[in-house]
Design a binder for this molecule. Structure first.
Ligand SMILES: [Zn+2]
Length: 330
């Protein structure tokens, strides 16, 4: 068995794990639920046993371990996560093995993977923007994710785009995430459809609750449904405002869209590219690209961190995309 690292992408609902060799071959992938409702200690115990099991499956001691985790993170410690509820957890507490370890912020680690292996492979400076339950970005400068002075960098989802608008869960008003995350698109459509008098009357006296997914809103938009078109248009408008700000400040060579909402393809990217260009009167808008690594970005970025921890700072530069696109990347 060739030497390998253990890579783990710790999300709020599930963890994606993998064993990745020095040449980028993915020997194994696996997934486990994140027991967030049982508290941070249970999450840490699950991470430790998952790493143990992955290492055992590799049939040897890994060269290193890389972990992508949410919240405020340094390479050595998980400082804070509202999502998981932990504070000041040293990397060594998360790993039951005496091997080099490196931690990374979840979105920035996905951005690192897109930079080294994926859609940003030949780009120096770009924004990686996964649009899912929430919106966070990874600012890639000179090929590396930039987290700012204290690790809060990249929170583009909480840029106020409609300051007179709807309240965000973060406590501010009119954040990008309130209009353009996949869950916001679904929630705003559901709320409006439920209260809309234009809907077929219900048989009872109270409105019938409508619950849809962002995917459904996208399909309704494509078929010309007026309400879906309006909600989708709000999301595009909000994104164009935030991305115009980002572009004017940092002049990226591309914007790499990922996450669930980007699965809508040109239904999102075509009007967004047009609105973005309209907002950038005196310059060319950066091209929009689709992320290449999908839900595996975090795990693959964690593998890069694991190899970096083991001393191979050029990890990934020779890995082939064909290997990465193998069906074993779950
Ligand atoms: Zn917010």
């Amino acid at each position: 068995m060739s030497s390998f690292v253990v890579a783990l992408d710790v999300g709020g609902t599930s963890m994606k794990g993998g064993l990745v060799t020095r040449s980028g071959e993915i020997l194994r992938t696996d997934r486990r639920a994140t027991p967030r409702d049982r508290g941070p200690a249970a999450v840490i115990a699950t991470i430790r046993s998952f790493i143990d099991d992955l290492a055992a499956a590799g049939g040897g001691t890994p060269e290193g371990v890389g972990l992508a985790v949410p919240g405020l993170v340094t390479a050595e410690a998980a400082l804070y996560s509202a999502n998981i509820g932990w504070r000041d957890i040293p990397a060594t507490d998360l790993v039951p093995l005496d091997v080099p370890v490196m931690l990374g912020h979840d979105v920035r680690t996905g951005g690192l993977a897109e930079s080294v292996l994926g859609a940003g492979r030949e780009l120096s400076d770009f924004l990686f923007l996964p649009i899912g339950t929430g919106i966070a970005g990874a600012t890639i400068l000179h090929g590396e994710p930039y987290g700012g002075s204290a690790g809060w960098g990249g929170e583009i989802g909480h840029i106020p785009v409609f300051p007179e608008g709807e309240a965000c869960a973060c406590g501010q008003i009119g954040c990008l995430e309130t209009y353009a995350s996949a869950s916001a698109v679904a929630r705003r459509y559901s709320t409006r459809a439920t209260s809309s008098p234009a809907l077929p009357p219900s048989t009872g006296t109270s409105p019938v609750a409508v619950s849809v997914t962002a995917e459904r809103v996208a399909a309704l938009t494509a078929s010309g449904d007026p309400l879906a078109t309006e909600i989708w248009g709000d999301a595009v408008e909000a994104l164009s405002l935030a991305l115009a700000t980002y572009t004017l400040l940092l002049d990226p060579s591309a914007i790499v869209l990922g996450g669930g909402l980007a699965e809508a393809g040109t239904l999102l990217s075509a009007p967004l590219a047009e609105r973005l260009q309209q907002r950038l009167a005196f310059r060319q808008a950066p091209p929009l690209r689709h992320a290449a690594l999908g839900v595996s970005a975090g795990m693959l970025g964690a593998a890069l961190l694991g190899w970096r921890a083991a001393g191979f700072t050029d990890a990934g530069t020779t890995w082939s995309l064909d290997v990465l696109k193998s069906p074993r990347v779950a």
